[in-house]
Design a protein around this ligand. Structure first.
Ligand SMILES: NC(=[NH2+])NCCC[C@H](N)C(=O)O
Length: 411
């Protein structure tokens, strides 16, 4: 029987995916808050929602079952019962900065008075101070946050469901995320896995949970085959976390025998490996030329387990050669974003031109605005399904970032 989470490649036919339709959270902030919330602009919500529906419809039209994050969280909490719901809220408040004290109690009362759906939507959208008839008298509010408009910050990055967790084989990593703006997000996935009837007690593995030290995010985790995973050493994922997850995958007989660590520049435009490199067919990849040095070189390490159960690390520089070796292929087609023109490559990468979502071998979903890269993909024989992208792209993420595959067919 296929498990409710089963992903052994980046390209196997996508059967089930989890998305988050953008809600009030994507516009519930000021320009001043943008850098901290990891946004470069404030999307116009009705259009962002229309574009997201277009993305979901494109997936459904191609035989993908679409599940929505908010709905799964609500169903998980309702299935868990009132104790689970109370514990969920308590932990969410602790992680929002209120371990104890008046604000904790006031927010608890406020959110508990709501239906489960209202509560979940509200936590995601953020709680403004002016919603409550309450004047805080604590030191933090008085001394440090006097003019700050929120008790609980919005979580605008939730529509990038790729990052808080990653499906790896019959399990997942639930991630300890890098920046405070996103750290609470992975708690939703943990709740779903523990309490949602579709996922709880189904023999799924959590290879690494969100309480582990070392940062890791799903945009850096690529399942190249049923035995090889690639992970970016990036702004968001540390080498420490990569070694840790490698150990756990090997130890628990996950089926994965090799981890490929690829070091990419550490900056906002390329925050994850999947913003510069994605797998789109058995032997085809998108790559942003900007990450490759002289002669296509890039620091890459293969991590395997030696006979004593210790990690064995080998350094390589030739990405193409490493990919050929780990995938046992004679040749590899690395398709440059923007067709290799450095100006177009940078522009289209900025709007996630390298961030393609494969829904079957050789079939990809991309943003329509990256028309040069899309044509290059077609020239390389791929089937390209374009989706609307004017507002969604303002969050700095594309179709791969906006989707968390739960089940793919094996190759
Ligand atoms: N898998 C991805 N590339 N996700 C993109 C996430 C973008 C989001 N604004 C962030 O900075 O976290």
């Amino acid at each position: 029987m296929i498990k409710p989470i089963h992903v052994t490649s980046e390209i196997g036919k996508l059967d089930v995916v989890m998305l988050k339709r953008p809600g009030a959270e994507v516009e519930n902030f000021t320009p001043e808050m943008m850098p901290r919330l990891l946004f470069d602009d404030i999307p116009y919500l009705p259009i962002a929602q229309k574009e997201h529906d277009n993305f979901a419809d494109t997936l459904r039209d191609n035989g993908v079952e679409v599940l929505y994050l908010e709905k799964l969280v609500v169903e998980a909490l309702d299935a868990g019962g009132s104790d689970v719901k109370a514990a969920f809220l308590d932990k969410m408040l602790v992680e929002s900065g209120y371990a104890a004290g008046m604000i904790h109690h006031v927010l608890e009362d406020y959110l508990t008075s709501m239906t489960t759906t209202e509560m979940v939507v509200k936590i995601m959208a953020g709680v403004r101070k002016n919603e409550l008839d309450f004047v805080p008298r604590d030191l933090v509010s008085a001394a440090e946050e006097k003019d700050y408009p929120f008790f609980m910050d919005p979580m605008p990055n939730l529509y990038f469901t790729r990052d808080p967790a990653a499906s790896l084989g019959d399990g997942l990593s639930i991630n300890n995320m890098t920046f405070p703006a996103r750290q609470r997000e992975s708690f939703f996935m943990e709740t779903i896995i523990n309490y949602h009837p579709r996922f709880a007690n189904q023999g799924l593995h959590v290879w690494r949970d969100r309480d582990q030290p070392g940062r890791i995010e799903g945009g850096d985790e690529l399942v190249l085959s049923d035995t090889v995973i690639a992970i970016g050493v990036s702004e968001r994922t540390s080498a420490h976390a990569i070694e840790d997850i490698a150990r756990r995958l090997f130890e628990h007989k996950s089926g994965f025998e090799k981890v490929l660590a690829i070091r990419i520049p550490h900056n906002h435009a390329m925050m994850h490996l999947d913003t510069v490199f994605t797998m789109i067919n058995h032997d085809q990849f998108t790559v942003h030329p900007g990450i490759l040095g002289e002669g296509g070189q890039i620091d890459t390490w293969t991590i395997t387990e030696d006979n004593d159960g210790e990690l064995h690390v080998d350094h390589h520089l030739d990405l193409k050669q490493v990919l050929k070796d780990v995938l046992s292929l004679d040749d590899i087609d690395l398709i440059p974003t923007g067709g290799g023109d450095p100006l177009i490559a940078d522009r289209e990468q900025w709007n996630d031109g390298s961030n393609t979502l494969a829904i079957a071998p050789g079939v990809v979903v991309t943003y329509n605005r990256n028309y040069v890269s899309n044509q290059v993909l077609r020239d390389h024989g791929l089937k390209v399904l374009e989706v609307l992208s004017s507002e969604l792209s303002r969050g700095r993420g594309g179709p791969r970032c906006m989707s968390m595959p739960l089940v793919r067919e094996d190759l």
